[in-house]
Design a protein. Structure first.
Length: 116
């Protein structure tokens, strides 16, 4: 099983980034996919989640209206489009795959730094 995140980097406040998470080794289309983030000294928090078929999404209040989660089940990939980035969005971003009653999976993370 692999979850490989990409797309992180350094961006100025107000800028945009698109994170990708490529999945392999499990039946991607049966898993709810989520993005979490963890800033230094803080707990890991849920940023956004999308159901297995992509019909429903939910977001942390802090990113509503700025971030969009989506998925492509044909490509086994989940995305996080991040717009209007703020310094407080700086964190390591992790991809998570969850299915009730099964072990969930985590990626290694991709760093997002928002700074001028």
């Amino acid at each position: 099983v692999q979850l490989v995140e990409s797309g992180g980097g350094l961006v100025q406040p107000g800028g945009s980034l698109r994170l990708s998470c490529a999945a392999s080794g499990f039946t991607f289309s049966r898993y709810r996919m989520s993005w979490y983030r963890q800033a230094p000294g803080k707990e890991r928090e849920l940023v956004a989640a999308i159901t297995s078929a992509g019909g429903s999404t939910n977001y942390a209040d802090s990113v509503k209206g700025r971030f969009t989660i989506s998925r492509d089940n044909a490509q086994n990939t989940v995305y996080l489009q991040m717009n209007s980035l703020k310094p407080e969005d700086t964190a390591m971003y992790y991809c998570n795959a969850f299915r009730f009653g099964r072990t969930d999976y985590w990626g290694q993370g991709t760093q997002v730094t928002v700074s001028s």
